[in-house]
Every structure is written in C-alpha cells, then in structure tokens.
Design a protein around this ligand. Structure first.
Ligand SMILES: Nc1ncnc2c1ncn2[C@@H]1O[C@H](COP(=O)(O)OP(=O)(O)OP(=O)(O)O)[C@@H](O)[C@H]1O
Ligand SMILES: [Mg+2]
Length: 254
C-alpha cells in the first residue's frame, strides 16, 4: 500500500500490561474513505488498540500516524488538536451521565470550537436529527435505552466532522432491527463524507455490511487480513469459527 494514501498507519505497535503482552507487533493501514473492521476474541486487545490510536493510552513502542502526525509522540494541546479530527464511539457509549443528551452532543463543540451559542444549538439539533434522536434532546442518559445511547454516542462522535471514526462495538447488545438501523446510519455516513473508519465488532451482520477490509487480532498480532469474501473461504480455524457463527446466525433463504 502506498504510504501517502493512508490516513492511518500503524507500525510495530506494542503494548503490555505488566507481564501480559496485549499487542505484540501490530501493522495496519487505513486509506482515506476506507472502513477496516477488527475482529478478535474477547480480551484480544481490540479496545486497547482503539484507545492507543486516539492517545488515551500510550504504547510501549511502535508508531501510529494519522495523516502526517505521529500520535505516540503527542501530548497536551497537540493531542487535543488531533482528537478534533477523530470521532470515537466507545464500547459502552460513555455518555456523561450528568449531562443531557443535547449537552453530551454539544460537549466536543464547546471544548474544541468557539461557535456562537445559536450556531452550536442548531448544529446539535442537526446531529440529533441525523441519528433520529431529536425528541430525546432534553433527556438524561439514565432515561434512555442502550440503542438510543449508541445513537447519541454516534451523534457526539460526529460533532466535529471527523476524518477518522473509531467505533467500538457499535451494534453489540442491540436487537437486530436497531442494529440494522445503526448499520444503515454508518453506511450513510461512509457514503456522504468519505470518512475513514476502524470498527471493532464481532457481529457478522455488521462486519459484512460495513467492512472494506477485515483484520483478525489474535495473541497480539494480526492473524489474517482481507476482504469478507476472502475470509469466508479461509481455512484458518479461528477465522472460520467467527465467520461461520455469523453465517449460521443469519436467516435462511434456502
Ligand atoms: N488499563 C488496563 N490495565 C490493565 N490491563 C488492561 C487495561 N486495559 C486492558 N487491559 C487488558 O488488556 C486485554 C485486552 O483488553 P481489551 O479491552 O482491549 O479487549 P477487547 O478485545 O476489547 O475485549 P472485548 O471483546 O471483551 O471488549 C485484557 O486482558 C484486559 O484485561
Ligand atoms: Mg473491547
């Protein structure tokens, strides 16, 4: 892959917690407009990988480049600056419990811009409309369902119009219809703005719908990488186990 086309480039990334080597030499690239899906067992380091990309955790060694910026060397204001261009949908939505839905979505705009109040309010309304949550604007996170929280998390992650979107389990724990709605939303966003994404999920419905490419994380390394069709025919036992589970879980059209 040509380096200049890569929006995100990860090289030789390592992270251990004590004796436990969670990531042990990861190389990955994501092109502009591309969606890379990370698969892997529970505890394989998927969430850690996303947190390293956004600088919430520090790697032990290796490089993470977003555009021309080396995230691993950044701190303070620089990190703040690069985070403006990255949207993060956390595994458990991570809304601020003491802030209303609209205040949650407004948060990044308050923090990173000097937008006048009326402009910000308008923008928050637009974002909530985009995820179908206008009517819940004044609610508190404790008063809405898990699927609604994901939507609000998505709206908040999109507030700064990111070039790169990181989504940790965007559809986990949702019923199939709500999951399908979130998937449609993600696809719409991919089409509308050639945004690059890294999506962590083990839901095959989501993997299939959103991925341009898939990377399987196992024992700290990328075990297999390729398009969904290629992985479907993989003889690798772990890949087969993931993909097969997904296909068996689908409605039968035979
Ligand atoms: N801050 C931390 N301190 C110590 N260990 C950690 C920390 N964060 C993660 N780990 C460990 O790193 C490993 C990978 O965690 P991670 O959350 O990335 O897994 P995951 O692949 O996202 O799993 P899941 O699918 O269950 O979300 C786990 O063994 C976890 O206990
Ligand atoms: Mg995780």
């Amino acid at each position: 892959m040509e380096n200049e086309l890569l929006l995100l480039q990860i090289r030789e990334l390592r992270k251990a917690f004590g004796e436990q080597k969670v990531l042990d030499g990861i190389d990955l690239g994501v092109k502009k407009g591309e969606t890379l899906t990370i698969l892997g067992r529970s505890g394989s380091g998927k969430s850690v990988l996303l947190k390293l990309i956004i600088g919430l955790q520090r790697p032990d060694s290796g490089s993470i480049r977003i555009g021309d910026a080396e995230v691993t060397r950044m701190a303070g204001d620089q990190l703040d600056e690069i985070r403006k261009k990255i949207g993060f949908l956390f595994q458990y939505s991570a809304l601020y419990d003491s802030l209303s839905v609209e205040e949650n979505v407004a948060f990044p705009l308050r923090r990173h811009t000097r937008m006048p109040d009326h402009e910000r309010e308008e923008r928050v309304r637009e974002l909530l409309a985009r995820v179908g949550m206008e009517s819940a604007a004044a609610k508190m996170p404790g008063e809405i369902s898990g699927g609604m929280k994901k939507r609000v998390g998505l709206a908040r992650a999109l507030a700064m119009e990111p070039d790169l979107m990181l989504m940790d389990e965007p559809t986990a724990g949702l019923d199939p219809l709500t999951a399908a709605e979130i998937i449609d939303l993600i696809l719409e966003l991919q089409r509308a703005r050639s945004m690059s994404s890294v999506v962590v999920t083990h839901e095959m419905q989501t993997v299939r719908a959103v991925s341009d490419r898939i990377a399987m994380l196992d024992e700290g390394r990328i075990r297999v990488e390729g398009a969904f069709e290629a992985l479907k025919h993989s003889r690798d036992s772990l890949v087969a186990a993931f993909v097969k589970q997904g296909i068996e879980g689908e409605p039968c059209h035979a």
